[in-house]
Design a protein around this ligand. Structure first.
Ligand SMILES: [Zn+2]
Length: 574
Protein backbone atom coordinates (compact mmCIF):
# COMPACT_ATOMS: atom_id res chain seq x y z
CA UNK A 1 0.00 0.00 0.00
CA UNK A 2 1.39 3.40 -0.86
CA UNK A 3 0.86 6.77 0.72
CA UNK A 4 -1.95 8.65 -0.94
CA UNK A 5 -0.54 11.73 -2.68
CA UNK A 6 -3.13 14.00 -1.07
CA UNK A 7 -2.11 12.81 2.37
CA UNK A 8 1.54 13.30 1.52
CA UNK A 9 1.00 16.88 0.51
CA UNK A 10 -1.35 17.66 3.38
CA UNK A 11 0.96 16.28 6.02
CA UNK A 12 4.00 17.83 4.41
CA UNK A 13 2.57 21.28 4.73
CA UNK A 14 0.81 21.01 8.05
CA UNK A 15 2.91 18.75 10.20
CA UNK A 16 1.30 19.65 13.49
CA UNK A 17 -2.12 18.93 12.02
CA UNK A 18 -0.95 15.41 11.32
CA UNK A 19 -0.10 14.87 14.98
CA UNK A 20 -3.83 14.61 15.60
CA UNK A 21 -4.69 12.99 12.29
CA UNK A 22 -8.04 11.22 12.27
CA UNK A 23 -7.77 7.49 12.73
CA UNK A 24 -9.09 6.60 9.27
CA UNK A 25 -5.86 8.05 7.87
CA UNK A 26 -4.00 5.21 9.54
CA UNK A 27 -5.26 3.00 6.72
CA UNK A 28 -2.72 4.88 4.61
CA UNK A 29 0.12 4.02 6.94
CA UNK A 30 2.99 2.42 5.04
CA UNK A 31 3.68 -0.93 6.62
CA UNK A 32 7.03 -1.57 8.20
CA UNK A 33 9.47 -4.34 8.79
CA UNK A 34 8.13 -6.45 11.69
CA UNK A 35 11.45 -6.50 13.56
CA UNK A 36 11.71 -2.72 13.40
CA UNK A 37 8.16 -2.40 14.70
CA UNK A 38 8.87 -4.82 17.58
CA UNK A 39 12.03 -2.85 18.40
CA UNK A 40 9.80 0.00 19.66
CA UNK A 41 9.41 -1.94 22.93
CA UNK A 42 13.00 -0.94 23.67
CA UNK A 43 11.87 2.65 24.08
CA UNK A 44 8.98 2.25 26.51
CA UNK A 45 8.73 5.65 28.10
CA UNK A 46 9.66 5.91 31.74
CA UNK A 47 12.34 6.54 34.32
CA UNK A 48 14.24 3.36 35.18
CA UNK A 49 16.13 3.03 38.45
CA UNK A 50 19.40 1.17 37.96
CA UNK A 51 20.93 1.75 41.41
CA UNK A 52 19.97 3.53 44.65
CA UNK A 53 21.18 6.83 43.27
CA UNK A 54 21.09 6.33 39.49
CA UNK A 55 18.04 6.74 37.25
CA UNK A 56 17.71 6.88 33.49
CA UNK A 57 14.89 8.57 31.55
CA UNK A 58 14.08 6.55 28.43
CA UNK A 59 11.69 7.29 25.56
CA UNK A 60 11.08 11.00 26.20
CA UNK A 61 13.21 12.13 23.29
CA UNK A 62 15.88 10.64 21.07
CA UNK A 63 18.54 10.30 23.75
CA UNK A 64 18.29 9.14 27.33
CA UNK A 65 19.12 11.46 30.18
CA UNK A 66 20.77 9.97 33.26
CA UNK A 67 20.38 11.26 36.82
CA UNK A 68 23.06 10.55 39.44
CA UNK A 69 22.12 11.64 42.94
CA UNK A 70 24.81 12.74 45.39
CA UNK A 71 24.75 14.06 48.94
CA UNK A 72 23.81 17.68 48.28
CA UNK A 73 23.11 17.75 44.56
CA UNK A 74 22.70 15.78 41.36
CA UNK A 75 24.66 15.17 38.17
CA UNK A 76 22.81 14.97 34.84
CA UNK A 77 24.51 13.04 32.04
CA UNK A 78 23.17 14.13 28.62
CA UNK A 79 20.31 16.55 28.34
CA UNK A 80 18.14 15.47 25.36
CA UNK A 81 17.55 17.38 22.12
CA UNK A 82 15.05 20.10 22.98
CA UNK A 83 13.62 22.30 25.69
CA UNK A 84 10.30 20.45 25.43
CA UNK A 85 11.81 17.00 26.03
CA UNK A 86 14.20 18.27 28.70
CA UNK A 87 11.32 19.84 30.64
CA UNK A 88 9.44 16.53 30.70
CA UNK A 89 12.53 14.68 31.91
CA UNK A 90 13.36 17.35 34.48
CA UNK A 91 9.79 17.11 35.86
CA UNK A 92 10.32 13.35 36.35
CA UNK A 93 13.73 13.87 37.95
CA UNK A 94 12.23 16.49 40.30
CA UNK A 95 9.84 13.81 41.62
CA UNK A 96 12.89 11.75 42.64
CA UNK A 97 14.82 14.51 44.37
CA UNK A 98 14.71 18.27 44.80
CA UNK A 99 18.49 18.55 45.14
CA UNK A 100 20.07 21.14 42.84
CA UNK A 101 21.91 20.25 39.63
CA UNK A 102 25.62 20.49 40.51
CA UNK A 103 27.00 19.19 37.24
CA UNK A 104 26.01 18.34 33.70
CA UNK A 105 28.11 15.97 31.63
CA UNK A 106 27.97 15.81 27.83
CA UNK A 107 29.08 12.41 26.56
CA UNK A 108 29.61 14.08 23.16
CA UNK A 109 28.56 16.98 20.96
CA UNK A 110 25.51 15.57 19.17
CA UNK A 111 22.32 17.61 19.24
CA UNK A 112 20.28 14.94 21.03
CA UNK A 113 22.64 15.15 24.02
CA UNK A 114 23.21 18.89 24.37
CA UNK A 115 20.30 20.99 23.07
CA UNK A 116 18.11 20.62 26.17
CA UNK A 117 20.82 21.62 28.65
CA UNK A 118 19.46 25.08 29.47
CA UNK A 119 16.50 23.41 31.23
CA UNK A 120 18.81 21.49 33.59
CA UNK A 121 21.01 24.53 34.17
CA UNK A 122 17.97 26.51 35.37
CA UNK A 123 19.05 28.71 38.27
CA UNK A 124 21.48 26.12 39.63
CA UNK A 125 24.53 27.29 37.67
CA UNK A 126 26.17 23.84 37.41
CA UNK A 127 29.52 23.10 35.83
CA UNK A 128 29.15 21.52 32.39
CA UNK A 129 31.78 18.89 31.63
CA UNK A 130 32.85 17.60 28.23
CA UNK A 131 35.92 16.60 26.28
CA UNK A 132 38.08 19.51 25.17
CA UNK A 133 37.06 19.26 21.51
CA UNK A 134 33.30 19.12 22.10
CA UNK A 135 32.73 22.90 21.66
CA UNK A 136 34.46 22.96 18.26
CA UNK A 137 32.31 20.05 17.06
CA UNK A 138 29.18 21.86 18.23
CA UNK A 139 30.31 24.96 16.33
CA UNK A 140 31.04 23.00 13.16
CA UNK A 141 27.56 21.50 13.06
CA UNK A 142 25.68 24.63 14.09
CA UNK A 143 27.71 27.14 12.06
CA UNK A 144 29.38 25.56 9.05
CA UNK A 145 27.25 22.71 7.71
CA UNK A 146 23.97 23.35 9.51
CA UNK A 147 21.73 23.82 6.42
CA UNK A 148 22.54 20.47 4.84
CA UNK A 149 22.84 18.56 8.11
CA UNK A 150 19.42 19.90 9.10
CA UNK A 151 17.82 18.79 5.84
CA UNK A 152 19.38 15.34 5.84
CA UNK A 153 18.71 14.83 9.56
CA UNK A 154 15.06 15.64 9.02
CA UNK A 155 15.00 12.86 6.43
CA UNK A 156 16.95 10.36 8.54
CA UNK A 157 14.71 10.93 11.56
CA UNK A 158 11.44 11.19 9.60
CA UNK A 159 10.52 14.53 11.15
CA UNK A 160 8.17 15.51 8.33
CA UNK A 161 6.39 12.16 8.16
CA UNK A 162 2.81 12.08 9.39
CA UNK A 163 2.71 10.60 12.86
CA UNK A 164 0.96 7.42 11.78
CA UNK A 165 3.70 6.71 9.22
CA UNK A 166 6.43 6.67 11.85
CA UNK A 167 7.62 3.51 13.58
CA UNK A 168 10.68 4.50 15.61
CA UNK A 169 14.05 6.14 15.09
CA UNK A 170 16.14 2.99 15.59
CA UNK A 171 17.74 4.18 18.83
CA UNK A 172 14.61 5.78 20.26
CA UNK A 173 11.04 6.53 19.27
CA UNK A 174 11.46 9.95 17.72
CA UNK A 175 13.75 12.96 17.49
CA UNK A 176 12.08 16.11 18.80
CA UNK A 177 13.65 18.44 16.25
CA UNK A 178 11.99 20.47 13.56
CA UNK A 179 11.68 24.02 12.26
CA UNK A 180 9.85 25.23 15.36
CA UNK A 181 11.57 23.25 18.09
CA UNK A 182 12.83 25.39 20.96
CA UNK A 183 16.42 24.52 21.92
CA UNK A 184 18.70 25.89 24.63
CA UNK A 185 22.30 24.78 24.43
CA UNK A 186 24.75 25.82 27.12
CA UNK A 187 28.40 25.52 26.29
CA UNK A 188 30.74 23.36 28.38
CA UNK A 189 32.36 25.18 31.31
CA UNK A 190 34.95 22.52 32.21
CA UNK A 191 36.68 20.44 29.58
CA UNK A 192 39.45 17.89 29.85
CA UNK A 193 42.09 16.59 27.47
CA UNK A 194 44.19 13.44 27.57
CA UNK A 195 42.94 9.99 28.48
CA UNK A 196 41.01 10.50 31.70
CA UNK A 197 40.07 12.86 34.48
CA UNK A 198 38.68 12.14 37.94
CA UNK A 199 36.04 14.41 39.40
CA UNK A 200 33.95 14.41 42.55
CA UNK A 201 30.59 16.16 42.55
CA UNK A 202 28.14 16.10 45.47
CA UNK A 203 30.20 13.30 47.02
CA UNK A 204 30.01 11.12 43.87
CA UNK A 205 33.37 9.99 42.51
CA UNK A 206 33.42 9.75 38.72
CA UNK A 207 35.99 9.04 36.06
CA UNK A 208 35.54 10.68 32.67
CA UNK A 209 37.38 8.63 30.03
CA UNK A 210 38.20 9.84 26.51
CA UNK A 211 36.57 7.23 24.24
CA UNK A 212 36.49 8.30 20.58
CA UNK A 213 34.08 6.22 18.52
CA UNK A 214 30.68 7.34 17.37
CA UNK A 215 32.21 10.82 17.58
CA UNK A 216 35.84 11.89 17.97
CA UNK A 217 34.98 13.77 21.20
CA UNK A 218 33.12 10.90 22.88
CA UNK A 219 33.68 10.16 26.57
CA UNK A 220 32.31 7.55 28.93
CA UNK A 221 31.50 8.03 32.59
CA UNK A 222 32.66 5.42 35.11
CA UNK A 223 31.36 5.24 38.67
CA UNK A 224 34.13 3.11 40.22
CA UNK A 225 32.46 2.53 43.59
CA UNK A 226 29.35 1.03 41.99
CA UNK A 227 30.96 -0.33 38.81
CA UNK A 228 28.40 1.54 36.73
CA UNK A 229 29.39 2.53 33.20
CA UNK A 230 27.72 5.22 31.10
CA UNK A 231 29.06 4.55 27.58
CA UNK A 232 27.42 7.47 25.78
CA UNK A 233 26.68 6.43 22.20
CA UNK A 234 29.49 3.90 21.84
CA UNK A 235 27.04 1.14 22.77
CA UNK A 236 23.29 0.79 22.22
CA UNK A 237 20.86 -1.94 21.25
CA UNK A 238 21.47 -1.90 17.48
CA UNK A 239 24.27 -2.41 15.02
CA UNK A 240 26.31 0.76 15.60
CA UNK A 241 26.03 3.73 13.27
CA UNK A 242 29.57 3.51 11.91
CA UNK A 243 28.28 5.89 9.26
CA UNK A 244 25.28 8.25 9.54
CA UNK A 245 23.32 8.86 6.34
CA UNK A 246 22.47 12.35 7.58
CA UNK A 247 26.12 12.99 6.72
CA UNK A 248 29.18 12.69 8.90
CA UNK A 249 32.95 12.89 8.71
CA UNK A 250 34.69 9.53 8.84
CA UNK A 251 34.15 7.81 12.17
CA UNK A 252 37.42 6.07 13.00
CA UNK A 253 35.99 2.65 13.72
CA UNK A 254 39.21 1.20 15.17
CA UNK A 255 39.19 4.04 17.73
CA UNK A 256 35.68 2.84 18.52
CA UNK A 257 36.96 -0.72 19.06
CA UNK A 258 39.73 0.52 21.36
CA UNK A 259 37.21 2.54 23.37
CA UNK A 260 35.02 -0.55 23.78
CA UNK A 261 38.10 -2.43 24.99
CA UNK A 262 38.68 0.21 27.67
CA UNK A 263 35.10 -0.34 28.81
CA UNK A 264 35.44 -4.13 28.84
CA UNK A 265 38.61 -3.91 30.93
CA UNK A 266 36.66 -2.18 33.70
CA UNK A 267 34.25 -5.16 34.01
CA UNK A 268 31.16 -3.02 34.60
CA UNK A 269 28.19 -4.50 36.47
CA UNK A 270 25.63 -2.03 35.17
CA UNK A 271 25.69 -0.41 31.72
CA UNK A 272 23.51 2.66 31.15
CA UNK A 273 23.74 3.76 27.53
CA UNK A 274 22.50 7.11 26.26
CA UNK A 275 20.11 5.29 23.90
CA UNK A 276 18.08 2.13 24.56
CA UNK A 277 17.71 0.28 27.86
CA UNK A 278 20.29 -0.48 30.57
CA UNK A 279 22.10 -3.81 30.64
CA UNK A 280 22.70 -5.48 34.01
CA UNK A 281 25.15 -8.22 35.00
CA UNK A 282 28.92 -8.33 34.63
CA UNK A 283 29.09 -11.39 32.36
CA UNK A 284 26.29 -10.23 30.12
CA UNK A 285 27.77 -6.78 29.71
CA UNK A 286 31.21 -8.23 28.98
CA UNK A 287 29.68 -10.50 26.31
CA UNK A 288 27.71 -7.67 24.71
CA UNK A 289 30.70 -5.33 24.63
CA UNK A 290 32.91 -8.11 23.23
CA UNK A 291 30.42 -8.91 20.46
CA UNK A 292 30.06 -5.21 19.72
CA UNK A 293 33.79 -4.61 19.35
CA UNK A 294 34.19 -7.83 17.37
CA UNK A 295 31.46 -6.79 14.94
CA UNK A 296 33.12 -3.43 14.35
CA UNK A 297 36.61 -4.89 13.99
CA UNK A 298 35.30 -7.61 11.66
CA UNK A 299 33.74 -5.04 9.31
CA UNK A 300 36.88 -2.93 9.43
CA UNK A 301 39.40 -5.71 8.91
CA UNK A 302 37.49 -7.57 6.21
CA UNK A 303 36.83 -4.35 4.30
CA UNK A 304 40.52 -3.45 4.42
CA UNK A 305 41.50 -7.00 3.43
CA UNK A 306 39.16 -6.89 0.44
CA UNK A 307 40.52 -3.46 -0.52
CA UNK A 308 44.04 -4.82 -0.39
CA UNK A 309 42.93 -7.83 -2.44
CA UNK A 310 41.97 -5.34 -5.16
CA UNK A 311 38.18 -5.57 -5.01
CA UNK A 312 36.27 -2.45 -5.86
CA UNK A 313 33.80 -0.83 -3.51
CA UNK A 314 30.65 -2.46 -4.85
CA UNK A 315 32.27 -5.88 -4.78
CA UNK A 316 33.34 -5.32 -1.19
CA UNK A 317 29.82 -4.24 -0.18
CA UNK A 318 28.50 -7.48 -1.68
CA UNK A 319 31.17 -9.58 0.02
CA UNK A 320 31.48 -8.29 3.60
CA UNK A 321 28.67 -9.48 5.88
CA UNK A 322 28.70 -10.12 9.61
CA UNK A 323 29.47 -13.76 10.49
CA UNK A 324 26.39 -15.69 11.72
CA UNK A 325 27.37 -15.77 15.41
CA UNK A 326 27.37 -11.95 15.44
CA UNK A 327 24.62 -11.36 12.88
CA UNK A 328 22.11 -13.16 15.09
CA UNK A 329 22.76 -11.14 18.24
CA UNK A 330 19.72 -9.04 19.16
CA UNK A 331 21.92 -6.02 19.97
CA UNK A 332 23.58 -6.18 16.53
CA UNK A 333 20.44 -5.99 14.41
CA UNK A 334 20.61 -3.17 11.86
CA UNK A 335 17.89 -0.98 13.37
CA UNK A 336 20.11 2.11 13.19
CA UNK A 337 23.51 1.53 11.59
CA UNK A 338 23.95 -0.86 8.67
CA UNK A 339 26.78 -3.16 7.66
CA UNK A 340 26.78 -2.13 3.97
CA UNK A 341 26.96 1.59 4.80
CA UNK A 342 29.76 0.83 7.26
CA UNK A 343 31.79 -0.99 4.62
CA UNK A 344 31.48 2.04 2.33
CA UNK A 345 32.54 4.31 5.15
CA UNK A 346 35.67 2.30 5.99
CA UNK A 347 36.63 2.19 2.31
CA UNK A 348 36.23 5.93 1.80
CA UNK A 349 37.79 6.61 5.22
CA UNK A 350 41.01 5.07 3.95
CA UNK A 351 40.90 5.73 0.21
CA UNK A 352 38.52 8.65 -0.28
CA UNK A 353 35.88 8.96 -3.00
CA UNK A 354 37.84 7.39 -5.85
CA UNK A 355 37.10 3.69 -6.07
CA UNK A 356 40.13 2.96 -8.23
CA UNK A 357 38.46 2.43 -11.62
CA UNK A 358 39.69 4.93 -14.25
CA UNK A 359 36.13 5.15 -15.65
CA UNK A 360 35.16 7.09 -12.55
CA UNK A 361 37.84 9.75 -12.95
CA UNK A 362 35.63 11.83 -15.22
CA UNK A 363 32.01 10.88 -14.61
CA UNK A 364 29.56 12.13 -17.23
CA UNK A 365 27.34 15.07 -16.34
CA UNK A 366 23.94 13.84 -15.13
CA UNK A 367 22.10 15.20 -18.16
CA UNK A 368 24.47 13.55 -20.66
CA UNK A 369 24.23 10.18 -18.92
CA UNK A 370 20.44 10.43 -18.84
CA UNK A 371 20.31 11.32 -22.56
CA UNK A 372 22.57 8.37 -23.34
CA UNK A 373 20.42 6.01 -21.28
CA UNK A 374 17.28 7.19 -23.08
CA UNK A 375 18.98 6.63 -26.43
CA UNK A 376 20.14 3.20 -25.34
CA UNK A 377 16.60 2.30 -24.28
CA UNK A 378 15.26 3.44 -27.66
CA UNK A 379 13.80 6.73 -26.48
CA UNK A 380 12.32 8.34 -23.37
CA UNK A 381 9.00 6.50 -23.82
CA UNK A 382 10.70 3.12 -23.60
CA UNK A 383 12.89 4.22 -20.71
CA UNK A 384 9.73 5.27 -18.86
CA UNK A 385 8.00 1.98 -19.69
CA UNK A 386 11.08 0.16 -18.36
CA UNK A 387 10.87 2.07 -15.08
CA UNK A 388 7.19 1.18 -14.65
CA UNK A 389 7.90 -2.43 -15.58
CA UNK A 390 10.80 -2.60 -13.13
CA UNK A 391 8.51 -1.47 -10.32
CA UNK A 392 5.82 -3.97 -11.34
CA UNK A 393 8.48 -6.71 -11.35
CA UNK A 394 9.55 -5.79 -7.83
CA UNK A 395 12.94 -4.45 -9.04
CA UNK A 396 12.62 -1.46 -6.75
CA UNK A 397 16.21 -0.25 -6.82
CA UNK A 398 16.36 -0.47 -10.62
CA UNK A 399 13.04 1.38 -10.87
CA UNK A 400 14.52 4.13 -8.67
CA UNK A 401 17.65 4.39 -10.79
CA UNK A 402 15.62 4.67 -13.99
CA UNK A 403 13.39 7.37 -12.51
CA UNK A 404 16.57 9.32 -11.67
CA UNK A 405 17.35 9.48 -15.39
CA UNK A 406 13.77 10.32 -16.34
CA UNK A 407 13.49 13.13 -13.81
CA UNK A 408 16.78 14.64 -14.96
CA UNK A 409 15.40 14.65 -18.51
CA UNK A 410 12.07 16.10 -17.36
CA UNK A 411 11.47 17.03 -13.71
CA UNK A 412 7.74 17.26 -14.49
CA UNK A 413 7.50 13.65 -15.76
CA UNK A 414 4.40 12.52 -13.83
CA UNK A 415 4.75 8.80 -14.51
CA UNK A 416 8.39 8.87 -13.42
CA UNK A 417 7.45 10.82 -10.28
CA UNK A 418 4.67 8.41 -9.40
CA UNK A 419 6.87 5.38 -10.04
CA UNK A 420 9.59 6.90 -7.88
CA UNK A 421 7.17 7.56 -4.99
CA UNK A 422 5.85 3.99 -5.23
CA UNK A 423 9.36 2.52 -5.32
CA UNK A 424 10.54 4.61 -2.36
CA UNK A 425 7.46 3.70 -0.34
CA UNK A 426 7.80 0.00 -1.15
CA UNK A 427 11.49 0.04 -0.23
CA UNK A 428 10.62 1.74 3.05
CA UNK A 429 8.30 -1.13 4.01
CA UNK A 430 11.07 -3.69 4.13
CA UNK A 431 13.77 -1.67 5.87
CA UNK A 432 14.97 -2.92 9.22
CA UNK A 433 16.93 0.32 9.63
CA UNK A 434 14.75 3.19 10.80
CA UNK A 435 17.19 5.57 9.14
CA UNK A 436 16.72 4.25 5.62
CA UNK A 437 12.97 3.79 6.15
CA UNK A 438 12.57 7.41 7.21
CA UNK A 439 14.83 8.63 4.43
CA UNK A 440 12.90 6.78 1.70
CA UNK A 441 9.54 7.98 2.99
CA UNK A 442 10.69 11.58 3.35
CA UNK A 443 12.11 11.67 -0.17
CA UNK A 444 8.77 10.28 -1.37
CA UNK A 445 7.12 13.28 0.32
CA UNK A 446 9.63 15.62 -1.28
CA UNK A 447 8.99 14.09 -4.70
CA UNK A 448 5.37 14.91 -4.05
CA UNK A 449 6.04 18.56 -3.34
CA UNK A 450 7.12 18.75 0.29
CA UNK A 451 9.46 21.67 0.92
CA UNK A 452 11.03 21.29 4.32
CA UNK A 453 10.64 24.45 6.37
CA UNK A 454 13.92 25.97 7.53
CA UNK A 455 14.58 26.19 11.27
CA UNK A 456 12.82 29.19 12.77
CA UNK A 457 15.57 31.56 14.02
CA UNK A 458 13.34 32.63 16.89
CA UNK A 459 13.66 29.14 18.41
CA UNK A 460 17.22 29.86 19.54
CA UNK A 461 17.10 31.78 22.82
CA UNK A 462 19.22 34.90 23.28
CA UNK A 463 21.42 33.20 25.87
CA UNK A 464 22.40 30.47 23.43
CA UNK A 465 23.04 32.90 20.58
CA UNK A 466 25.13 35.05 22.89
CA UNK A 467 27.22 32.09 24.04
CA UNK A 468 28.68 31.26 20.62
CA UNK A 469 31.98 33.01 19.90
CA UNK A 470 31.70 35.78 17.28
CA UNK A 471 34.78 34.35 15.54
CA UNK A 472 32.72 31.26 14.62
CA UNK A 473 30.10 33.43 12.96
CA UNK A 474 32.70 35.47 11.09
CA UNK A 475 34.59 32.45 9.76
CA UNK A 476 31.37 30.63 8.84
CA UNK A 477 30.50 33.53 6.48
CA UNK A 478 33.08 32.13 4.02
CA UNK A 479 30.94 29.15 3.07
CA UNK A 480 27.88 31.23 2.23
CA UNK A 481 29.74 33.38 -0.34
CA UNK A 482 28.01 33.37 -3.73
CA UNK A 483 30.86 32.68 -6.16
CA UNK A 484 29.01 33.99 -9.21
CA UNK A 485 27.90 37.27 -7.63
CA UNK A 486 31.39 37.86 -6.27
CA UNK A 487 33.24 36.70 -9.40
CA UNK A 488 34.47 40.24 -10.15
CA UNK A 489 34.41 41.66 -6.64
CA UNK A 490 37.55 42.73 -4.81
CA UNK A 491 36.81 44.48 -1.54
CA UNK A 492 37.96 44.58 2.05
CA UNK A 493 35.64 45.23 4.98
CA UNK A 494 36.82 45.84 8.53
CA UNK A 495 34.76 44.71 11.52
CA UNK A 496 35.10 46.30 14.94
CA UNK A 497 33.08 44.74 17.75
CA UNK A 498 32.73 47.32 20.48
CA UNK A 499 31.62 45.04 23.32
CA UNK A 500 34.45 42.48 23.13
CA UNK A 501 37.11 44.55 21.38
CA UNK A 502 37.50 41.80 18.74
CA UNK A 503 38.38 42.90 15.23
CA UNK A 504 38.12 41.04 11.94
CA UNK A 505 38.59 41.61 8.26
CA UNK A 506 36.77 40.04 5.34
CA UNK A 507 38.73 40.25 2.10
CA UNK A 508 36.62 39.23 -0.88
CA UNK A 509 38.83 38.32 -3.85
CA UNK A 510 36.86 37.13 -6.85
CA UNK A 511 34.87 34.27 -5.38
CA UNK A 512 36.90 33.77 -2.20
CA UNK A 513 36.29 35.41 1.16
CA UNK A 514 39.35 35.41 3.36
CA UNK A 515 38.48 36.05 7.00
CA UNK A 516 41.27 37.38 9.21
CA UNK A 517 41.28 37.84 12.98
CA UNK A 518 42.57 41.40 12.84
CA UNK A 519 41.50 44.74 11.51
CA UNK A 520 42.61 44.93 7.85
CA UNK A 521 44.79 47.67 6.40
CA UNK A 522 42.96 50.29 4.30
CA UNK A 523 39.50 48.70 4.34
CA UNK A 524 36.99 49.92 1.76
CA UNK A 525 34.45 50.21 4.55
CA UNK A 526 34.26 49.62 8.29
CA UNK A 527 31.43 48.17 10.27
CA UNK A 528 31.21 48.82 14.01
CA UNK A 529 28.67 47.16 16.28
CA UNK A 530 28.16 44.76 19.19
CA UNK A 531 28.69 41.06 18.65
CA UNK A 532 25.11 40.15 19.52
CA UNK A 533 23.69 42.54 16.91
CA UNK A 534 25.87 41.04 14.19
CA UNK A 535 24.96 37.49 15.23
CA UNK A 536 21.27 38.42 15.04
CA UNK A 537 21.77 39.76 11.51
CA UNK A 538 23.63 36.63 10.38
CA UNK A 539 21.02 34.43 12.08
CA UNK A 540 18.33 36.38 10.17
CA UNK A 541 16.65 37.51 13.35
CA UNK A 542 17.32 41.15 12.54
CA UNK A 543 17.06 43.06 9.30
CA UNK A 544 20.45 44.41 8.21
CA UNK A 545 19.11 47.48 6.38
CA UNK A 546 17.12 48.60 9.44
CA UNK A 547 20.09 47.96 11.74
CA UNK A 548 22.32 50.05 9.45
CA UNK A 549 19.78 52.87 9.16
CA UNK A 550 19.03 52.95 12.89
CA UNK A 551 22.67 53.23 13.84
CA UNK A 552 22.74 49.93 15.75
CA UNK A 553 25.43 49.12 13.22
CA UNK A 554 27.72 52.06 12.46
CA UNK A 555 29.22 52.13 9.02
CA UNK A 556 32.17 54.15 7.70
CA UNK A 557 31.25 54.10 4.05
CA UNK A 558 28.07 53.74 2.07
CA UNK A 559 25.09 51.78 3.46
CA UNK A 560 24.19 50.78 -0.10
CA UNK A 561 27.69 49.39 -0.66
CA UNK A 562 27.55 47.53 2.66
CA UNK A 563 24.17 45.97 1.80
CA UNK A 564 25.59 44.95 -1.57
CA UNK A 565 28.54 43.39 0.24
CA UNK A 566 26.22 41.48 2.57
CA UNK A 567 24.13 40.27 -0.35
CA UNK A 568 27.20 38.37 -1.62
CA UNK A 569 26.73 36.07 1.36
CA UNK A 570 23.64 33.99 1.00
CA UNK A 571 22.61 32.08 4.07
CA UNK A 572 19.74 29.71 3.34
CA UNK A 573 16.31 31.32 3.13
CA UNK A 574 14.20 30.96 6.24
ZN1 LIG B 1 22.84 10.14 20.50
Amino acid sequence: MRLMPALLIFCGLIVTGCEEAPTEQSTNEPSANDSLRAHSAEFKKGVVQVADNVHVAIGYGLANSILIEGTDGVIVVDTTESVGVARKVKAEFDKITDKPVKAIIYTHNHADHVLGSGVFVGDDNPEIYSYVTTPEHIDKILQVIRPIIYKRSMRQFGTFLPKEARVNAGISLFLDQGPDTLVDLRRPTKTFSGEMTEIEVAGVKMELHFAPGETPDQIFVWLPDQKILLPGDNYYHSFPNLYAIRGTSYRDVMDWVRSLDKMRALKPEILVPSHTRPVVGQERIYQNLTDYRDAIQYIHDQTVKAMNDGLDLREIVEKVKLPPHLAQKPYLQEFYGRVDWSVRSVFTGYLGWFGGNATDLEALPKRTEADNMANLAGGVETLRANAVQAFDNGQLQWALQLTDYLLVLDPEDEVAAETRIKALTSLAKVQISANSRNYYLTQALEQNGLKMAEPNPAMIPDGMLASFPISQYMHAMRVSLDAEKSADVETTIGFDFTDTGEKFGILVRKGVAEVVNEFPENPDATLRTETFVWKEILARRRNAAIAFASGDVEIDGSIIDMLAFLSLFQPPEN
